[in-house]
Design a protein around this ligand. Structure first.
Ligand SMILES: [Fe+2]
Ligand SMILES: [Fe+2]
Length: 478
């Protein structure tokens, strides 16, 4: 299904046939553009950026690349094609036709899910808005901006649902999405990880690897929804999200590769020989592990409490399913089944069988963890290929948590429960310290000459859209 770009708001939903919705979205558009100018990438709004734009909503719809000034990016409303005779795949209504309108009794739950998802999209743009000024290359700068414009479009996707299906409170929520600000103490974004500052490029790559991946799994669960417009809009968002995963995984991988190369050239075998490694102008592997510990633990919090009646209700109602719901071989109702959940029982971490319905957050989080682990295997391959004796690892789920079973306890990255004193003493070994932040910050000087890369990150194997290494992905004005 191709996208109509001749209208003020590009879309593939025949927006011009729905004048009321068209007017509501056109009224919201100037506020969005104001928000983008105020909170979008700082300093680069008038540069030509080599961006991809979707022309249709199938997987092949990404062929169109060209120079665009970011404020001219054609944000719009793109839904994946409807599946004919789609049936509700799970819950109490399993087997019934999917809904094209919101049933009154599920309105509150759906609105909350859509607003929470929608809020993360502009939040990440706000978090990343200063990074352009310290880009390690034009290639990376372009990838940052591609992620940013697409997160902006994800906001459009959620606002479309709010304005077309939730009446007046939907319009109010759409306005509020432009009012909250990441990290602002008065009007913060809804979720914790989206109020943390993103100060350097290692954080950006870790964020796109771990936190965008939480987004991917939330979208996958919503793509199963009985509310078909939500399913269709999230299915198209997922094709955009794949690039964000790529940016994160290859970004961290290229940093690891550069560190390993520099260590080998200098004849350093010990990855913990921190000062000598840092003197080479690269980020030592233990510091990369600390950043990983931080971003993974913050992202686990986004899945909510392991045991949750909200999650059970959303599943029963048909509103939010499981990862790959239709491929799972069970009754898709879960009334009788159980799922193992890690819990704190009398001061000991134990695996307890819980009703599968209330354990859905845990299950989605486990699926997420398995997906993360695949990326770590590839990172570790880079390290072992370089002949360096070090592995990066995901910390234990009890480590550094603010939400769920382990929020009241202190645990090491390997999952031993420890007292406050031990935590305070060892914290600098496990999480980035101020000093680590200062060192990484000292490397963040911009490199904007085509084909050149900062000394702490390896060039990519191939260019975007198969462009040559010295391609000018962003035309910086002088
Ligand atoms: Fe997104
Ligand atoms: Fe994303």
């Amino acid at each position: 299904m191709s996208i109509n770009y001749s209208e003020r708001i590009p879309n593939n939903v025949n927006l011009s046939d729905d004048r009321r919705l068209q007017r509501a979205l056109e009224a919201w558009q100037p506020g969005f553009l104001n928000w983008w100018r105020e909170m979008g990438p700082e300093s680069f709004q008038s540069c030509d950026v080599y961006l991809r734009t979707a022309t249709s909503t199938d997987a092949q719809g990404w062929a169109t690349f060209g120079y665009v000034k970011m404020p001219d990016y054609r944000w719009g409303i793109f839904l994946a094609d409807p599946e004919s005779d789609r049936r509700i795949p799970f819950g109490e209504h399993k087997g019934e036709p999917v809904w094209n309108e919101v049933p009154g009794e599920h309105r509150g739950v759906l609105r909350r899910l859509i607003v929470t998802q929608g809020d993360t999209e502009p939040a990440s743009v706000e978090q990343q808005r200063h990074l352009g000024k310290t880009c390690p290359s034009l290639y990376d700068l372009r990838n940052l901006f591609q992620v940013n414009v697409e997160e902006g479009r994800h906001l459009w996707a959620m606002v479309y649902l709010l304005q077309s299906h939730f009446g007046r409170d939907g319009r109010e929520e759409a306005e509020a999405l432009l009012m909250r600000r990441s990290g602002n103490s008065d009007t913060p974004r809804i979720l914790g990880a989206f109020n943390e500052p993103c100060t350097d490029w290692l954080s950006f790559f870790m964020f796109t690897f771990f936190t965008d991946r939480d987004g991917k799994f939330q979208l996958l669960a919503l793509a199963e929804s009985a509310f078909d417009p939500l399913s269709r809009t999230t299915r198209f968002m997922l094709t955009e999200e794949a690039h964000h995963m790529f940016v994160g995984e290859t970004g961290v991988g290229r940093i690891i590769l550069r560190t390993c190369e520099a260590m080998r050239q200098a004849g350093i075998d010990d990855p913990f020989d921190r000062d000598r490694v840092r003197a080479l102008g690269v980020i030592d592997l233990p510091t990369i592990q600390k950043k990983l510990n931080l971003h993974y633990s913050l992202s686990l919090d986004l899945f909510g409490s392991e045991v949750s009646t909200n999650a059970a209700n959303a599943f029963n109602a048909g509103v939010k399913g499981r990862y790959q719901e239709t491929k799972i071989d069970d009754d898709h109702r879960l009334a009788q089944s159980t799922y193992p959940v890690l819990k704190l029982v009398d001061g000991v971490i134990k695996r307890i069988d819980e009703p599968a319905l209330t354990a859905l957050n845990m299950r989605l989080r486990d699926d997420y963890t398995n997906d993360c682990a695949k990326g770590l295997l590839r990172w570790n391959k880079i390290i072992s290929t370089a002949g360096i004796d070090f592995t990066v690892a995901l910390p234990h789920v009890a480590f550094h948590r603010q939400i769920g079973e382990f929020k009241e306890v202190r645990a090491s990255p390997t999952g031993e429960l420890i007292d406050d004193e031990t935590w305070e003493k060892r914290r600098p070994e496990w999480l980035p310290s101020t000093e680590d932040g200062e060192f990484i910050g000292s490397l963040m000087t911009p490199v904007t000459e085509p084909g050149k890369f900062a000394g702490w990150i390896a060039p990519p194997k191939v260019g975007i859209d198969n462009k040559p290494g010295d391609f000018e992905y962003v035309r910086i004005e002088t």
